[in-house]
Ligand binder design. Structure first.
Ligand code: NOJ
Length: 543
């Protein structure tokens, strides 16, 4: 299989720039910091980095409120620093994916400053303005903001409401206005010309809202935003022609890519938005629900996998995400204490399923959410909903490089206090320590990434479950015409014999196992696995 395509066959590593590496000791990570750490990423074996926003921002939503889409926030560097980062990444075979936040801007963006200045400002229609309604609540309709409260804010100066799906400091732009559409697509063109290989599109399926501003119907939920069916504030039909246009722009360059962050994601929705004339991919977050709705067990996981396997065929390619900057880290959700056995199972799942793996910075060393006191919370929804929801800061703490002060976050002699506390476990849990330990999660991850690269079946092969009603283990094949690989994951802290249907072939060779070098006991119907074993075999025949 020599048609290796980076965004399909490779691994994309998400960096939250303010937390990855700080080149100048001001306590905030920056672009030169990332450049300085590229050798680490190259050695890890990833194919691309996705950079969460580094554009100028007043930080109401830590970068997801952009005040200039075609510049670098001076705290993160300069455009020249971006050029250097892109060039140095490319020199190492690493592609660069940028995060584009085009659903809304910061309220300090010059477009919004003009728009709110007066009703007859030429940019008035660049945002979504509506007169007050006669309803007692005053807002034009019942739409709610994802971060709490109504989605409409009243502007005293001009006597109208503007729409914001997130914070009031993040007004939604009006994609129906042709000038807005052109200006936004010019942002895409700007970064393509500057060397970006692709884009992650923030809440892309919320760009268009119902033209008649109809009320959303109610549904059961805890917070106001969850108590509605979002029929009219996202997923409008106008999105498809826009995606067609965007794809034409991308396809004018070789191997460019766009992945959408799907609001209210389901695999079915992703299918609708991706394909040859739409996005290359979109997140369906199949394994990310949290709390009671997330029984982290083989049976539930298999159900999720099979649901997406049935849908993502032909031109549709899935993504696999376990962690990102919006949710609690994988290791915090699925493991206890500092044990990494289950974190290895999660990593093995991420790297052996069919679909592009997205690895979140620090996931490869099993970083846990940093525990924070209420007064340390920075994230707006965390401040608002504490203690029901403690916000997203926990998963955004500084990368743990070594056991020097602040975990080696700062590369300069000046050691500024990082913007968020470093997790206290950094003395033991850091890149330097895990480099030295052959059994560390980091070395495990490196080996699996290398294995995935070597094995066409792991990258592109079909998924064939062998455990139909799994209790403790997931066992599956990944199979192409030329190669069959078996993956067995024991989620239990005990030795088990996983029953497989159909019966297994006899002749295997061991590609990888966490339980030593011996071939596990495989007889026709069973495979024996050590506690928490991750085991990968290849059928000897047929290759
Ligand atoms: C989704 C992003 O992932 C999240 O971090 C952000 O707060 C919202 N979109 C608003 O941009």
């Amino acid at each position: 299989m020599d048609d290796y395509l980076w965004w399909r066959d490779g691994i994309i590593y998400q960096i939250y720039p303010r937390s990855f590496a700080d080149s100048n000791g001001d306590g905030l990570g920056d672009l030169p910091g990332i450049t300085a750490r590229l050798d680490y990423l190259a050695e890890l074996g990833i194919d691309a980095i996705w950079l969460s926003p580094f554009y100028p921002t007043p930080d109401a939503d830590f970068g997801y409120d952009v005040s200039d889409h075609t510049a670098v926030d001076p705290r993160f560097g300069t455009l020249e620093d971006f050029d250097r980062l892109a060039a140095e990444s490319h020199r190492r075979g690493i592609r660069v994916v940028l995060d584009l936040v085009l659903n809304h801007t910061s309220d300090r963006h010059p477009w919004f400053r003009e728009s709110r200045a007066s009703r007859d400002n030429p940019k008035r229609d660049w945002y979504i303005w509506q007169p007050p309604s006669r309803s007692p609540r005053g807002g034009p309709n019942n739409w709610q903001a994802a971060f709490g409260g109504p989605a409409w804010d009243y502007d005293e100066t001009t006597g109208q409401y503007y729409l914001h799906m997130f914070l009031a400091e993040q007004p939604d732009v009006n994609w129906r206005n042709p000038e807005v559409r052109k200006a936004q697509l010019d942002v895409v063109r700007f970064w393509l010309a500057r060397g970006a290989d692709g884009f992650r599109l923030d809440v892309f399926n919320a760009y268009f809202k119902d033209a008649q501003f109809r009320n959303n119907p109610p549904k059961f939920g805890l917070r106001g935003f969850d108590r509605q069916r979002h029929l009219y504030d996202c997923d409008q039909p106008e999105m498809i022609p826009l995606l067609n246009e965007l794809r034409t722009i991308l396809d004018a360059y070789p191997e460019r890519y766009a992945v959408g962050e799907t609001f209210f994601a389901t695999p079915e929705k992703v299918l609708h938005y991706s394909g040859p004339d739409r996005l290359h991919a979109a997140f369906s977050f199949d394994f990310n629900s949290s709390g009671l709705r997330y029984p982290w067990n083989p049976a539930w996981l298999l159900k999720q996998i099979q649901r997406r396997e049935a849908l993502f065929t032909g031109e549709h390619w899935p993504t696999t995400v376990l962690s990102n900057h919006d949710i609690s880290r994988t290791a915090t959700r699925y493991t206890h204490g500092e044990q990494d056995a289950l974190a290895k199972i999660a990593m093995a799942l991420l790297l052996t399923l069919r679909g592009t793996p997205f690895l979140y910075y620090g996931e490869e060393i099993g970083m846990r959410d940093v525990p924070l006191r209420r007064g340390e919370i920075m994230d707006p929804p965390g401040k608002r909903y504490w203690p029901i929801f403690k916000g997203r800061d926990g998963c955004r703490s500084p990368m743990q490089w070594d056991d020097t002060p602040f975990a080696g976050f700062s590369l300069s002699k000046v050691q500024g206090r990082p913007w968020l506390p470093v997790h206290p476990n950094y003395h033991q849990r850091n890149v330097a320590a895990q480099n030295e330990d052959p059994d560390s999660l980091l070395n495990f991850t490196r080996k699996l990434i290398a294995l995935r690269k070597e094995c066409p079946a792991l990258r592109r092969g079909e998924f064939v479950p062998l455990t139909t009603r799994p209790r403790d283990a997931l066992v599956y094949l990944r199979r192409t015409d030329d190669q069959t690989v078996l993956v067995a994951l024991n989620f239990a802290n005990k030795t088990i014999r996983a029953a497989c249907t159909p019966p297994l072939p006899e002749d295997w060779q061991l590609l990888f196992s966490t339980s030593g070098a011996d071939l596990p006991h495989v007889n026709g119907k069973n495979i024996e696995l050590a506690p928490y074993e991750v085991c990968i075999l290849e059928v000897k025949t047929g290759r």
